[in-house]
Design a protein around this ligand. Structure first.
Ligand code: GDP
Ligand code: GDP
Ligand code: MG
Length: 395
């Protein structure tokens, strides 16, 4: 009887093992960069992401059969592939990265609190407050607005304890940072198609890095992602994206040719995403800014071609927080060329000028949806105004 049960278990394990290997095979067999069989591959590799310890993609099969790991050698040797990482989910990330934000922004908050705590708030002090705000890249108009609001509040409230001052400033900054528009990223499949995110912005702002970090975060949230390397201007950009994708098991669609048509890569990426029933397709683009017309032609075409297959759900404009007014000017050009749905503010860890959150939202009329707080793979967070303002105020 026992022998009989063992026999059944062994047969079951062998059958499932063979099935599992078939799922794995396409990746190893095809050297090509775009493969129609990747749909199967993805089904095989996703459990490995959720069950990263095994790193083989056979985690589900093993779990179902409750077979001992000793049965695995019965499979033919698996092709070498990188061990998939299991990124953390996106929720709560900004709180986790808050110390980094506080470190870079606390000077600005402390200066404001110090000035507002003076016994006498004369015109000169208010000028200084405005100056601190402008130095932090809040922008001239918002800085004046903040000063005017604070002056009114001080008049109404009269005496001020340090706690009152902090609360008053906190309230004012929150009012400036908060927007009516939702900061949620549209990453849900719809009409049986993946959500499509287009990443745009000037070279060096962090587009490719953000595509990679975002793919990781989405995988961490349990979604399947296809990356499209439509920055065909530099081959290195596609390599960079591929490295990010491989680490978390996200398919990367790229062209084998140098200087290929970016729209054609975008089209292929979206087609692959549809075929594989992925949740999200993220398309990296080139940020050359020779002329506004070039940019308009290129991004316009990418968008138009994607829209032959499905809608573009997000156009994320990547802006380097360290570039100040110059960065804002460039952002404006992009916003004139495409309908930007959200801003990714990168390198907030490397500047004390967090006021740019306020300036850019006001300038472009779209919310900051994500912030980059370092070069590490998980240093991208959904933007949260309360965490941001509290980090500025060091509270
Ligand atoms: P145009 O060059 O401005 O006319 O833009 P197209 O609409 O021709 O699209 C540019 C690229 O996207 C093409 O070179 C194709 O690679 C790709 N593309 C667009 N539409 C299709 C399509 O229906 N099927 C396929 N396979 N590729 C397409
Ligand atoms: P792209 O040209 O727009 O694609 O920019 P890349 O993604 O290649 O990034 C340019 C540089 O910025 C790289 O060295 C990144 O590591 C760095 N970078 C991107 N995001 C951040 C961030 O949030 N913080 C820091 N400190 N560096 C970043
Ligand atoms: Mg790039």
């Amino acid at each position: 009887m026992i022998a009989y049960i063992i026999l059944i278990v062994v047969v079951a394990v062998l059958l499932i093992g063979v099935g599992g290997t078939m799922f794995l095979r396409p990746r190893g067999m095809h050297g090509v960069r775009r493969s129609r069989n990747r749909a199967l591959d993805l089904t095989g590799s996703m459990p490995a992401v959720k069950d990263a310890d095994s790193g083989t993609g056979a985690g589900t099969a093993t779990a179902t059969a409750t077979a001992p790991p000793a049965q695995r050698p019965a499979q033919p040797p698996a092709p070498a592939r990188p061990t998939l990482e299991k990124p953390p989910p996106s929720a709560g990330r900004m709180v986790r990265l808050r110390s980094r934000l506080a470190r870079s922004q606390s000077g600005f908050g402390a200066a404001l609190l110090g000035l507002l705590s003076r016994d006498r708030l004369d015109d000169e002090t208010w000028d200084e407050i405005e100056e601190v705000l402008i130095t932090a890249d809040v922008g001239v108009t918002p800085a004046r607005q903040i000063v005017s609001d604070l002056r009114t509040k001080v008049k109404v409230e009269g005496t001020r304890t340090p706690d009152d001052v902090r609360e008053m400033l906190r309230e004012e900054l929150l009012e400036q940072v908060e927007t009516a528009a939702s900061r949620a990223l549209r990453t849900q499949r719809h009409e049986g198609r993946p959500a499509v995110i287009l990443m745009v912005g000037v070279n060096g702002t962090g587009k490719t890095t953000t595509c990679g970090k975002l793919a990781r975060a989405l995988v961490g949230d349990g979604e399947t992602v296809v990356l499209g390397a439509a920055d065909t201007f530099r081959a290195a950009a596609a390599d960079q994206l591929q490295t990010w994708g491989e680490r978390v098991g996200a398919e990367v669609v790229r062209s084998d040719k140098d200087q290929a048509d970016p729209a054609s890569v975008a089209f292929d990426a979206v087609s692959t995403g549809i075929e594989q029933e992925a949740d999200v397709v993220i398309i990296d683009t080139a940020g050359r800014l020779h002329t506004k017309n070039d940019l308009m032609d290129e991004l316009g075409k990418v968008k138009r071609v994607v829209e032959k297959r499905t809608s573009v759900d997000e156009v994320l404009l990547v802006l380097d927080a360290t570039t100040g007014q110059n960065g804002l000017r460039q952002a404006r050009v992009f916003a004139e060329v495409v309908d930007v749905t959200g801003i990714v503010l990168t390198k907030l860890d490397g500047t004390a000028k967090g006021g740019i959150v306020i300036a850019v939202q006001r300038e472009l009329g779209v919310p900051v949806k994500l912030v980059g707080l370092g070069e590490g793979p998980d240093d991208l967070a959904p933007f949260d105004p309360v965490t941001f303002v509290d980090a500025i105020l060091g509270g």
